[in-house]
Design a protein around this ligand. Sequence first.
Ligand SMILES: C=C(O[C@@H]1C=C(C(=O)O)C=C[C@H]1O)C(=O)O
Length: 379
Amino acid sequence: MNERTTADLENLRGLIDGVDQQLIHLLRKRLDLVAQVGAVKHGAGLPIYAPQREAAMLAKRRGEAEKMNVSPQLIEDILRRLMRESYQNEKDVGFKQVKPDLGHVVVIGGEGQLGGLFSQMLTLSGYQVKSLDKEDWERADSLLAGAGLVIVTVPIQITCDLIATKLTQLPKSCILADLTSIKSAPMTAMLEAHSGPVLGLHPMFGPDVGSLAKQVVVVCNGRKPEAYQWLLEQITIWGARLVEAEPQQHDKSMQLVQAMRHFSSFVYGLNLCKESADIETLLQFSSPIYRLELAMVGRLFAQSPELYADIIFSQRESIAVISDYLENYTQALFLLKSGDREGFIEQFKVVSQWFGDFAPQFQKESRAMLQSVNDMKTD
Ligand SMILES: C=C(O[C@@H]1C=C(C(=O)O)C=C[C@H]1O)C(=O)O
């Protein structure tokens, strides 16, 4: 580089630094305003997540950006990232307490990760939360006496037994709820053990979400829904979207969404391990889609094996679903072994047709994700 080029670059980079510094000031200003919105919402009991406001705001900013020859997608990406930050910041202000006269809440398994998250959200909403864990059963009677809500969030294989043996003497008006990732068996156990209000919940997210905004919580109605409407409203204020389901219908979906999905990720990892694949080398040659896929599989093995075993082993029916997968794999492999390229293309077209409009929609969604993966590269 000659001196002139160096000087020009330095000058321009200095100006860019100045713009970026202004951006930080603007971000601070925006965060402060969002905190004020949070306080207003807290007072009025409004949900943290306001989809209509977001859609209207994004549409306006996209239009304004276009007029200034700024890519509309760029401003949308930036604003979406800022809104994620907003949920986190609004959350820290706390939430309106929908049911101040509830009495205390007992979270059984409150020291677990998901139990901890729900305890935190309830505490941020002004409830008195007590945790009942393995070592606390001697004190269970005093912890449970006068409870207005009991939430069970313990490993799946002990959930039903725990409900049947330990939760038969709850106060009559107490709400009994669970967060188990299967619903039929725990719902039956809760309805048998307790004659008061019963509610099945399945949060469709892990404990590492920063905020509940936009996250889905599946709701299975058990008994006396009028008694727990406040809890559903409370969860909506946290920003989550509620999806009602019948326990059997939910469990059937979970065989595909969870058991099959996690099982095939497990086998993917197992296969890489047995093939002694060199991850460093794989990453070196990786395209963004491969990196993303590897990240999705690899993240599984950073978590608890017991958790995944519980999810995969929780429904015997999953075996049939996973066996079908193996069968389809074998048939597809046969196409390959027999050099049946035409057959492969035929099958591909059938599946494309079946995906219909979802295929281009998924392509668009994944494009944004892949670009983020690429942005994260540092070398
Ligand atoms: C700040 C608000 O809360 C959320 C965050 C928004 C933002 O960061 O602009 C917009 C809508 C809400 O989902 C609001 O409701 O205005």
